[in-house]
Design a binder for this molecule. Sequence first.
Ligand code: SAH
Ligand code: SF4
Ligand code: F3S
Length: 472
Amino acid sequence: MKPRKLHIKSYGCQMNVYDAQRMVDTLAGEGFVESANAADADLVILNTCHIREKASEKVYSELGRLRVMKEEAARQGRRMNIAVAGCVAQAEGGEIINRAPAVDVVVGPQSYHHLPELLARAEKEGRALETEFPAKDKFSFLPPPQPDVIRARGVSSFVTIQEGCDKFCTFCVVPYTRGAEVSRPVAKIVDDVKRLAEHGVREITLIGQNVNAYHGEGPDGRTWSLGTLLRQLAEIPGILRLRYSTSHPRDIDEALIEVHRDIPAVMPFVHLPVQSGSDRILMAMNRKHTAQDYRRVVDRFRAACQGIAFSSDFIVGFPGESEEDFRATLALVTQIGYAGAYSFKYSPRPGTPAAEMQETVSAEVMDERLARLQELIDSQQSAFNKASIGTTVDVLFERAARNPGQIVGRTAYLQPAHVMAPQSIIGQVLPVKIESLERYSLLGELAENAPPLSASPDTRLVTTSHETPMGA
Ligand code: SAH
Ligand code: SF4
Ligand code: F3S
């Protein structure tokens, strides 16, 4: 049978990137191969994000373009199926079916293992929708990737360990689109990571909407925390680096801080969103911690691990945010000193408590605050990046760069680093003497046998931009 072509486009967070791969793995069993091109695909999946208005609006404009392609395919006598997956599918499933007649399948994030059935149903009945929250771990039903697929995806891989959120921050749709917090059992995660490592993966980023709320069933029958899980994963042969994202400041426990002290494979770089530096706003956001609580968490990490760096997310213009509240955010950024951060204008989301709040901040004020915050974050980021010039840092090499002869990898702080070197270094962690900085990229050369200098708290920086993987 001729393979069918699948084109998948993902928006939003790392969880969507990971889910997209799992959908590809599932549909591989149905004879689908991934294609970079939508126009000649037999199936196009839009894997959507609902986090801000801008993100979810993109879906409808994209669907407009796809409808034209679908009509063209029909003229050529081919059927193109269009599926909408992800968080907009979960939040607005019925509305998508009504508003976009070209859509054949709507599938929520908890139902990807049913994709083959849903497609069959759509071909038979015209359309299919599934946005249930089944009780079972969907990942136990999704087939693992094949060895050649793992190798093609490169040396760094995401693994979902936890999904959903019970925090209910008043601005956020995630508890509604991803449901209640569910942790995968330790044994399943260990199996996944072993398989990835056997086929060349060297870096694992454990992901979850609230990853440090992880409380999975351990092989000893007890409940394991993220710290205990990281210790176990660090033992797996081939795994050189471990990361985790995204953490909530309230769920940082001593076990997690201790792995940063004890386990070199756990990278000294933590994404720890705080959203605001004002206690009044933090309270209205239902974050359930103060700015001082957050500073204490950062201090505990820093006491345990020299050289640890942080990134964060911020929202400006949350309802009721005064100039004084905003200044408290600037003050917190100044005190912490970030390696990078994402910042967003508040976007009211239907169904969330904050969307009902009356004291809205004007668009002009939001723009002005965003610009001021971004300027401060940018200056911290470039200072951090510049500080690595002249030092020697460990880089995990990932792939050939666009410039011929160059290989690109990442530092502990996720800064891209380029060197002239043979392809054989891909998959290795090697010390690099950093010579210069070009925009956000470090340029350097392989340091022969040079031991990496240990990092000091404020001398390294990561590359993040304000446009974010979180549904920009
Ligand atoms: N689980 C993570 C991140 C969730 S979404 C956490 O708790 O931090 C990623 C980021 O999007 C959030 O950290 C927040 O900064 C931003 N965000 C979420 N809802 C938003 C909204 N309604 N308007 C603007 N930004 C929002
Ligand atoms: Fe959203 Fe994160 Fe808050 Fe959960 S903890 S409600 S995912 S911002
Ligand atoms: Fe969903 Fe991730 Fe966006 S959880 S709403 S795709 S940020």
